[in-house]
Design a protein around this ligand. Sequence first.
Ligand SMILES: [Fe+2]
Length: 164
Amino acid sequence: MAAKKPRSSSRAKRATDAVAMLKADHRQVEGWFAQFSKSRSDSKKQALAAQICAALTVHTALEEEIFYPAFLAATADKDLHHEAIVEHDGAKKLIAQIGATTPADEYFDAKVTVLSEMIKHHVKEEEQRGGMFSEAKKSKMDLEALGEQMLTRKRALQTGRQAA
Ligand SMILES: [Fe+2]
């Protein structure tokens, strides 16, 4: 249960807390996966799949470039870190496959569903007690500074994607 934060300045702080940012990303793609599973429209499914893959690509980049190295440096927890990296590799392969297919492909839905299951597992590993996020909070990591750094990188990645 989250304790109530003091009112003043907590909003601005939480906006750039690295763990809060990554969790917000998780909630966003979960919502899109839920919409995908309910949708019957191919064009809607294609748009959702593209949205999901783009968001996950940015999310995994932020974790791999900024959050995970900082976590490893602060905690020396190779088990948690390496497992997360291997899970990302699996997700990235599937994201590439989804990007190369359309809902006309017989396996399109299955690929998106399997990706959602992989992400669900990955999210649980990160967010559960003893997982990377709770260990990060216990560590000396500067989550605000990391969040700041991640926000800057996120904007650059999103702009780059739009320009591409
Ligand atoms: Fe994540």
